[in-house]
Each structure stands twice: as structure tokens, then as C-alpha cells.
Design a protein around this ligand. Structure first.
Ligand SMILES: *Cc1c(COP(=O)(O)O)cnc(C)c1O
Length: 374
């Protein structure tokens, strides 16, 4: 059996261990410490944003974002339907209801028109949504200006789920820094990883201070343990943040490598009429976290490709199954033209790691091309 080619595997830069060793030397093993503070500074500098809180996961960051925006039982939150379930789960943690909004074809992200339709209809039904969760899927930035214009017109705050788009920009500005709050993820398969982790960022420092407070069990300022709010154990540890510090040094390199992977596939499949790619939309710079293809061919389906590559020990994955089709979310409202259903049916994510070799890429390309030759 040939070596496994993964969809997206961790890729260490080399300096991560130095920061971990430092933490061991100083016995900063316990939660918080200099690596956490410095990782937060690294993130602030990189994203050019005032304030960042390093947390245990992107999901935790989303959950805290909703709490900070006072999302509670009975509230509604608008959310991209074409995403990973972690974008929507925290809405339900709060006892609130997600309202799913369809994507547009240019970026595969939330459609400004569908968002407006949803807002109008929810208002007409008597409820103003408390927040909008805007996802930049696969590292392709959404139509930020158009989305923000609608959100501002209706006075609903935007949380950016930039878990997949760290390093991607819109009009030269980092995704995650447009909304009132932004979320990054450092899970094992993301563009950089701390083994697991996330961050919440904002231009409003008081929100991030409150996030840090809630993430450390909401301890009031007293010598004993005193609580006047329900807290969470959502902080990133000092060891994990050490990995993050090393990874931040190679983030731009990782973006460049992922973009190269995309360019390789695009060039190699340029003669296959049945395969198309998501073009980088104007004014955006995608990090190409995962290269995605749409398969529209009379003879070959995306499942044919997935199974053929699987036989070659190559991991691929269908595009995200939209949230409004998920059994757990079926009962919630949905607005749009069902584009994401077609994307799910025809789309496939190809191996996209920054550590893929020429040989790996060649194996994938050969495996795909073989199917279209017959
Ligand atoms: C990975 C991911 C998350 C969750 O991040 P974790 O760090 O794994 O909790 C949220 N939203 C999207 C779109 C993601 O891809």
C-alpha cells in the first residue's frame, strides 16, 4: 500500500519546540503564561487588530462571541448554511435558534440578497435576529462590503467565522477583522495548528477582556473564589500557545504553499472540461485552505473520484453538507436558492496540505486524470 496522502495534515515550522521547552524550563505548564500573552500579540500584529484572546478552540471562541452579544434562549441568529457544524452549534448551546442563509455563486459564502430576505422576513415575523455568523469558507473571503452594508442597515452585529480563512484578505484587510468579533481556529487540520485551539479577536478591547474573564471561570476580583456570572474553561494553555508562536512564524509561508497546491491542480486539470474551480473573487486574497473542485461530467461523478482516490490511499472529502440539510438543524428556518445543495452534490475537497510533495500532488492528479481518459 502506498503512503497515505491526507486532506490537510499538521505542518510544523521548527521553532514550536523551542517555545515549549522554554515553558518547561520556567515551569509555565499551567494555563496561561508568557506564550499565551505573546501568541495573542502575534495574532494582533498579524491580523492588525486591537485585541485577541487565545482560547481552547474556535468553537469556544464562537460560543463566547454569542454570549458577549447577549444571545440567549429564544433568540435567533443568522448563520451561513454552507459551513461546518461548529459555526452553528454554539447558537444551540445558548438555547437560541439558527436561521440559515444560503451562499452566492461567486465566493460560495453568505449571499447578501438572501441575508436581506431573511432579515426582512424575520422582522416581519416579529423577531429581530441578535447576530449574523458570516463564514469565509475554505479560505475564500465572503462579499464583506455587501454583507456589512445589509447588517448595518438592519443594525445586527456580525461575527466572522474565519476559522478556515486565517491569512486571507478582503481589500487588503484580514478576514476576521470586519465584524464586531472574529474567530480563528488552530485545529489540527487548519492552515496552522496548535494541535487544537482558537482565538477571538476584536477592535473593542473591552469585549476581549470580558471573553478572557468568561473563559477562565468568570472569577470576580476577590481573594476567594467569587462568581457573579457563569464561567467557562475555554482558555488556551501555555504549552499549546508555544506551538502557536512557532506556527505564526510560518503562516505566510503556509498560505503561499496552499495557494501553490491550488495552482498545481488548476493547471493540471485545465483540460478536463468536467472539473471546475472556484476562482478567486475580485478584491479578495484567498488562503486556499482546501482546494475544492466541482465535478460536472456526463460520465464521472465526484463520488467516482473520491472512491478511486480512496483506493489509492488518498483522502478527499465531499464539500460541507449544508446545515439546513443536517438532521439536527432541519427544523430551523432557511433562506435561499439551494445553491449549497448543488455544491454539496458535485463538490470535492482535494488533498491541500502545505507539506504535500510534488510526488504526492502527482499521485492525486494522475488518479483523477485516469478517470477522465476512459
Ligand atoms: C474548524 C472550524 C470551526 C471550529 O474550530 P475548532 O477550533 O475546531 O473548534 C468553526 N467553523 C469553521 C468554518 C471551521 O472550519
Amino acid at each position: 500500500m502506498k503512503d497515505k496522502i491526507w486532506l490537510s495534515s499538521p505542518h510544523m515550522g521548527g521553532e514550536e519546540l523551542l517555545y515549549i521547552q522554554e515553558a518547561f524550563k520556567e515551569n509555565w505548564i499551567a494555563p496561561l503564561g508568557p506564550n499565551v500573552d505573546n501568541f495573542e500579540k502575534d495574532l494582533q500584529n498579524y491580523a492588525q487588530i486591537k485585541s485577541a484572546a487565545a482560547l481552547s478552540a474556535g468553537t469556544a471562541a464562537l460560543h463566547l462571541a454569542l454570549i458577549l452579544l447577549d444571545v440567549n434562549a429564544g433568540d435567533e441568529v443568522l448563520c451561513s448554511t454552507f459551513t461546518f457544524s461548529a459555526s452553528a452549534n454554539p447558537i444551540v448551546y445558548q438555547g437560541a435558534a439558527p436561521v440559515f442563509v444560503e451562499s452566492e455563486a461567486d465566493t460560495w459564502n453568505m449571499c447578501p440578497q438572501a441575508l436581506e430576505d431573511a432579515l426582512k422576513d424575520r422582522l416581519q415575523k416579529g423577531k429581530k435576529p441578535k447576530a449574523i455568523i458570516l463564514v469565509h469558507l475554505y479560505g475564500q473571503p465572503a462579499k464583506v462590503d455587501e454583507i456589512m452594508a445589509v447588517a448595518n442597515r438592519y443594525g445586527v452585529p456580525v461575527i466572522e467565522d474565519a476559522a478556515e480563512s486565517l491569512g486571507a484578505t478582503y481589500k487588503g484587510q484580514m478576514t476576521g477583522t470586519f465584524g464586531i468579533l472574529g474567530v480563528y481556529s488552530f485545529n489540527g487540520n487548519k492552515i496552522i495548528t496548535t494541535s487544537g485551539g482558537g482565538a477571538l479577536v476584536s477592535a473593542d478591547e473591552s469585549l476581549i477582556q470580558k471573553a478572557r474573564f468568561l473563559a477562565t471561570q468568570a472569577r470576580d476580583n476577590a481573594p476567594h473564589y467569587q462568581h457573579s456570572a457563569i464561567g467557562y474553561n475555554y482558555r488556551m494553555s501555555n504549552i499549546v500557545a508555544g506551538i502557536g508562536r512557532g506556527q505564526m512564524k510560518v503562516l505566510d509561508e503556509r498560505v503561499a504553499q496552499r495557494r501553490k497546491v491550488f495552482a498545481y491542480y488548476q493547471k493540471n486539470f485545465s483540460e478536463i472540461a468536467g472539473i471546475s474551480f472556484l476562482e478567486e473573487y475580485k478584491d479578495t486574497f484567498a488562503n486556499r485552505w482546501l482546494t475544492t473542485i466541482l465535478v460536472d461530467d456526463p460520465k464521472v461523478t465526484r463520488e467516482d473520484i473520491r472512491l478511486a482516490l480512496n483506493d489509492e490511499n488518498i483522502e478527499t472529502r465531499p464539500l460541507w453538507k449544508p446545515m439546513h440539510l443536517q438532521p439536527v438543524f432541519e427544523k430551523y428556518p432557511y433562506y435561499g436558492n439551494r445553491l449549497s445543495e448543488r455544491l454539496f452534490e458535485k463538490g470535492l475537497c482535494l488533498p491541500s496540505g502545505s507539506n504535500l510533495t510534488e510526488d504526492d500532488l502527482d499521485r492525486v492528479a494522475t488518479g483523477v486524470k485516469r478517470l477522465f481518459k476512459a
